[in-house]
Write a protein that binds this ligand. Structure first.
Ligand code: GTP
Ligand code: MG
Length: 225
């Protein structure tokens, strides 16, 4: 799939904001650095506040810029919650398949997500660290069942071995694109309906310091590529 990636000098057709959530140390930041830069670090530090990375891909001949936001799993390091979720059209709910507690907490993360995000947000449950199969405590079946019950996509990944990481992000981005392009079609048929407003709203990204007519979000830090 590497031919889908790269730097494009052409215009961006869509910007999709995706948020990463889940307990501390499940591997959110490493999934992000694997996807955006193809890098991995075994001694990665806990995230403080909010960071994001972008990556541009092509879906159906359209240029889609994924802007992926990453925050701290640890409560005390988390930034303003509603600002984090605002405008997100996709979410990855990450647990560590070697830590039962991180899976048990998924229901709470999902509740927070549903309380703050757009109701049409595309959500994927991600069981990370699949390279540690011998230490697995969360059976694939349990996670699959949970995902089916809650209407989520599901995938097991390894940021360390780059297993399923691209596939997970591409699945979510393609699904968002599918929903948005379908809504745009409906909207074209019925120009008065405004039926695409909800999801298209998500293509507006609040970049702290770069939003001319709104107050900058109160994030402690932001890194962009
Ligand atoms: P917070 O920022 O505190 O919320 O944590 P996080 O979810 O961002 O975790 P992070 O990406 O910093 O990873 C935590 C630890 O798990 C680090 O030591 C990583 O190297 C390790 N790790 C992340 N992904 C994997 C993986 O797929 N396999 C293995 N074996 N270790 C991983
Ligand atoms: Mg982190």
């Amino acid at each position: 799939m590497s031919n889908l990636y790269g730097d494009f000098n052409q215009k961006i057709d869509y910007v999709f904001k995706i948020v990463l959530i889940g307990d501390s140390a499940v591997g959110k930041s490493q999934l992000l650095s694997r996807f955006s830069r193809n890098e991995f670090s075994l001694d990665s530090k806990s995230t403080i506040g909010v960071e994001f990375q972008s990556k541009t891909i092509v879906v159906d001949h359209k240029t889609v810029k994924a802007q992926i936001w990453d925050t701290a799993g640890q409560e005390r390091y988390r930034a303003v919650t509603s600002a984090y979720y605002r405008g997100a059209v996709g979410a990855m709910l990450v647990y560590d398949m070697t830590k039962r507690q991180s899976f048990d907490h998924i229901a709470r993360w999902l509740e927070e997500l549903r309380g703050h995000a757009d109701k049409n947000i595309v959500i994927m449950l991600v069981g990370n660290k699949s390279d540690l199969e011998t230490l697995r405590v969360v059976p694939t079946e349990d996670a699959k069942e949970f995902a089916e019950r809650e209407g989520l996509f599901f995938m097991e990944t390894s940021a360390l071995e780059a297993r399923n990481v691209d596939t997970a992000f591409l699945t979510i981005l393609t699904e968002i694109y599918r929903i948005i392009s379908k809504k745009a079609l409906v909207a074209n048929d019925e120009p008065e309906s405004g039926g695409n407003a909800t999801l298209l709203k998500g293509t507006k990204i609040v970049v702290p310091g770069q939003e001319p007519d709104t107050k900058p979000a109160k994030f402690s830090c932001c890194a962009s590529s």
